[in-house]
Design a protein around this ligand. Structure first.
Ligand SMILES: Nc1ncnc2c1ncn2[C@@H]1O[C@H](COP(=O)(O)OP(=O)(O)O)[C@@H](O)[C@H]1O
Ligand SMILES: [Mg+2]
Length: 448
């Protein structure tokens, strides 16, 4: 059957594809069974149970790590996401999978050399001075080598793994099959929204020219902030699969001991991050959608550096304003306005009863607990989840707009980051001025 390609690449041969699918499935079953065994075991003391769970988290995380390094592609991206959720994920997962944020097993130099030659028409040694053989970092789609331009600029050369398109294409095909199966089992929710959004954004990550343009756009939008930085693109040495960037010597945002050593206040860093996202999402409607720790560096100042604009999202103006209205309504506890804003954004529920949307809106701040932490508090989360699930069961949300998915992703990653930084940022005080300014624009637009 003829089918259009997501990325323009061919998927891997069918037997490899089936093998990938089976391996992921098998590992999932093995991990699930491991947890079930502990759950079923009767008569364990609480201490013994905790110890067994911790050992199982460790085993599961190591299994997933091995699987991801073997499979590459979207599985690495998934692991980066899990490892970034220090707010909710078990610490064993965070520790093991964090390596996949910027320490994926590397490709040998000849492969890198060939890729640079294909993309830029000459070998790395002809183009740069001192192109380092060993990469400084490696992540989901590329590895990064240090070098100098002939005119003496320090650069980071991001070289896409050869053949990664076919891996990503295969993953998208496999996920779309899963989504279709899920849609038949779980009829209350349409997972195709998720698939549509992935189909649109994942292939773009393979285009480094687009990535360079996104970086420049956010750099322009945030140029007035001396405490936020985006590396400059060196266009003359960039193409679809090779991106040359100004090299930034910074500290990984989650490396708290090194931040301390440099006298940088993590709480200040958390505040800058929060403001950066308020401004990108609510004011400019264009944002970096992948703030996991591997994509964020900190320099003395503190200055927060955004890397990796492969996943960047533009919001329609009207959507952005309605989103600001929703935030104002949630902060103010105005249920009627909350429901109106959710509906204007494109949320639909099975019946007209507004209870589900109200519960959903309220849960955004409830998960912070009574002390209103700027991240998910695992002690209150089960309770909030249970209540939400009960209400949603009676009247499920049947449609969520694709445009919120990457916002939810950012909210999740930010929650993990705030926890890591032990942030005390007051979310309401920080978000309100941004949301109010934009929501006022919405009222004006509606009146005019
Ligand atoms: N301009 C830069 N300066 C210094 N290090 C960088 C730079 N760009 C990327 N890196 C390092 O390389 C890693 C991978 O780069 P990234 O753009 O995130 O690739 P991917 O899209 O594969 O995640 C980053 O996590 C970071 O450690
Ligand atoms: Mg990255």
């Amino acid at each position: 059957m003829a089918r259009t390609s997501y990325t323009g690449a061919r998927p891997l041969p069918l037997h490899t594809r089936a093998h990938r699918f089976a391996l992921v499935g098998w590992n999932f079953v093995a991990i699930y069974a491991g947890y079930k065994r502990i759950q079923r075991k009767k008569g364990l003391s609480p201490g013994e149970k905790d110890r067994r769970y911790s050992a199982q988290h460790q085993r599961a995380a190591e299994r997933i790590y091995k699987l991801a390094t073997r499979m590459e592609g979207l599985l690495i991206k998934t692991c980066q996401f899990i490892s970034s959720r220090a707010d909710v994920a078990p610490p064993e997962y965070v520790a093991v999978l964090s390596h996949l944020q910027d320490r994926v097993p590397i490709r040998p130099f000849p492969e890198v050399e060939a890729q640079v030659r294909r993309e830029l028409g000459a070998s790395p040694d002809e183009i740069y001075d001192g192109f380092e053989r060993t990469p400084v970092a490696s992540a989901s789609l590329a590895q990064v080598h240090r070098a100098r331009t002939k005119d003496g600029r320090d650069v980071a050369v991001k070289v896409q793994y050869p053949g990664i398109e076919r891996v990503v294409e295969t993953d998208l095909v496999n996920i779309s099959i899963l989504v279709r199966i899920l849609a038949r089992i779980e009829r209350n929710f349409d997972f195709r929204v998720l698939m549509d959004e992935m189909r649109k954004y994942v292939p773009r990550e393979l285009d480094f020219v687009l990535e360079g343009e996104s970086a420049e756009r956010v750099a322009r939008d945030l140029a007035h902030r001396a405490d936020i930085r985006v590396p400059k693109v060196v266009w003359e040495h960039s193409a679809r699969r090779v991106l040359t960037l100004e090299y930034i010597d910074g500290i990984k945002i989650s490396d708290i001991p090194r931040l301390d050593e440099a006298g940088i206040d993590p709480n200040q860093v958390a505040l800058i991050m929060t403001e950066a996202y308020c401004e990108q999402i609510l004011v400019h409607g264009f944002f970096h959608a992948d703030p996991h720790p591997g994509n964020l560096l900190v320099m003395p100042g503190p200055v927060v550096v955004f890397l990796d604009f492969g996943l960047a999202k533009e919001l329609p103006d009207e959507f952005r304003r309605n989103y600001a209205r929703l935030i104002i309504a949630i902060i103010g506890g105005d249920h009627e306005a909350m429901v109106q804003a959710f509906r204007a954004l494109g949320f639909k529920t099975r019946s007209d009863d507004p209870e589900s949307l109200i519960a959903l809106g309220k849960s955004f701040f409830e998960v912070g607990g009574p002390e209103a932490k700027p991240y998910v508090d695992v002690d209150v989360m089960p309770e909030v989840n249970e209540r939400l699930a009960r209400i949603l069961k009676a009247n499920p949300v049947t449609e969520i707009p694709g445009d919120v998915l990457l916002i939810f992703r950012v909210i999740g990653l930010m929650s993990g980051l705030q926890k890591r930084l032990d942030s005390r940022v007051n979310m309401i005080d920080t978000i309100t001025p941004y949301a109010e300014a934009e929501a006022a624009g919405a009222a004006g637009a509606a009146a005019g």
